[in-house]
Design a protein around this ligand. Structure first.
Ligand code: PMP
Length: 426
């Protein structure tokens, strides 16, 4: 039999790309057998380079909100592409998109556009410091805000000074938040928070409204900026900023991933409380004003406003969660399913080294379902009840398969090494 195409690509990549791949999309930190390269996507499905099809519960780590190659978004992008994309300045669509986002996101009075989530969070950091004239920011322990030197989770290539002027607090823990604010003294520029706790390996947590309100109060007392990092969860919890669900308005919110349903675009949205600071920083990029992603985002926003995409994902997520609990129980396993059902983290109870999660992921993959053993997953609006039932049938077989070889399942050395490297940082 011919060697799989993915294996051949990995071998070639190892010669011309450091480690063959980098970042969280590297399959070195996933169970053996996970394909690295994908040939195409359509709706809720992806095909690897060998032509194997998977129901995709990672949704490109978030950008796929409505389905890959959504016809409505692609048509809007194609119309703009016929006119121009990266030009000497932005196209008119930039203003229309800014107006649209300001009208949809309650706390926002203005918008600035960029490419990646890290651009938006880094810009939030600068805008908050410029607005307040202060240095210190508060970040929750274990929270991911991107891969720039100030926030990348691995220390290699950074210096301690890159992370100077930062205090850590525990998400949902008012006392630790107050202690971090006290430690910042009169130098507090901003409190960063995720819409809900969506860290890797640990159960997800919705925001306690009392914690969210206290974060707002502390920012008001200190004249600091409250920043919500919506990059991962944006438009997957509500059609507004996520903390509108707990009645709290931030000064700044960072968006990316789903904004253009896969087209490269991110944004910093802000209130007038941070307009002057945002207007004073020098931020830009050669591709930040590309018109095609903005046209795609405008159409994505229309679909968000006018369809039940969100309610549909929640209904499917409820079905998935209940079905998985039942299937796991039938085979003697207990799951820890946490977070919003449309952004589930699915781990096994009593599985500290994630060995069962890994083994289950491999069995799911073999049955055409792409799941992640330790990162939250994503449903997309292109999924159907039939897709969820397909996943549940695969899950039942996968639980049975790992139950049969339970005693032989070993932890992954690569995962243990990565966990140790990250733990060494704190
Ligand atoms: N913030 C959060 C919450 C994220 O999940 C991510 C990406 N996973 C980022 C920021 C950074 O986004 P990007 O990878 O597009 O730079």
């Amino acid at each position: 039999m011919d060697k799989p195409i993915d294996a051949g690509l990995k071998e070639r990549a190892a010669k011309v790309i450091p480690n063959g791949m980098y970042g969280h999309e590297s399959t070195r930190i996933l169970p053996d057998g996970y394909p690295q390269f994908f040939e195409k996507g359509e709706g809720a499905y992806i095909w690897d380079a060998d032509g194997n099809r998977y129901l995709d519960f990672m949704c490109a780590y978030g950008p796929n909100l409505l389905g890959y190659r959504d016809g409505r978004v692609d048509a809007a992008a194609a119309r703009q592409a016929a006119l121009g994309d990266t030009l000497t300045g932005p196209a008119p669509v930039m203003v229309e998109l800014a107006e649209t986002l300001v009208s949809m996101v309650d706390h926002a009075d203005w918008a600035m556009f960029c490419k990646n989530g890290t651009d938006a969070t880094s810009m939030a950091l600068m805008a908050a410091r410029a607005q307040t004239g202060r240095r210190t920011i508060l970040v929750a322990e274990g929270a991911y805000h991107g891969a720039a030197a100030w926030c990348t989770p691995l220390p290699s290539g950074t210096v301690a000074e890159d992370r100077a002027w930062q205090q850590r607090y525990r998400y949902n823990d008012i006392e630790s938040l107050e202690a971090a604010v006290a430690a910042a003294g009169d130098d507090l520029a901003a409190i960063f928070a995720s819409p809900f706790k969506h860290d890797v390996f640990v159960d997800q947590e919705l925001p306690d409204p009392a914690y969210a309100r206290r974060a707002r109060e502390l920012c008001d007392e200190k004249g600091a900026m409250l920043v919500i990092d919506e990059v991962r969860a944006g438009f997957r919890t509500t059609r507004d900023c996520s903390w509108s669900l707990v009645g709290v308005k931030p000064d700044l919110s960072c968006w990316g991933k789903s904004l253009g349903n896969g087209q490269p675009l991110s944004a910093l949205l802000g209130a007038d409380s941070c307009r002057q600071g945002a207007g004073s920083i020098y931020v830009t990029g050669s591709f930040w004003f590309a018109a095609v992603p903005m046209a795609a985002a405008l159409e994505t926003m229309r679909i968000i406003r006018e369809t039940d995409y969100l309610e549909h994902m929640v209904a499917l997520g409820d079905r998935l969660r209940a079905g998985l609990d039942a299937a796991a129980g039938e085979h003697g396993f207990r799951l820890r399913q946490s977070g919003p059902v449309q952004m589930p983290l699915i781990m096994f109870a009593d599985d500290p080294d994630v060995r069962f999660g890994y083994a289950w992921g491999q069995e799911m993959l073999a049955r055409g379902v792409y799941v992640h053993p330790w990162h939250n997953m994503f449903l997309c609006a292109a999924m159907t009840v039939a897709d969820i039932d397909f996943a549940l049938a695969a899950a039942s077989e996968a639980f049975a398969a790992i139950a049969a070889r339970r005693a032989e399942i070993q932890p992954s050395p690569a995962l243990l090494a990565m966990a140790a490297a990250q733990a060494g940082q704190h």
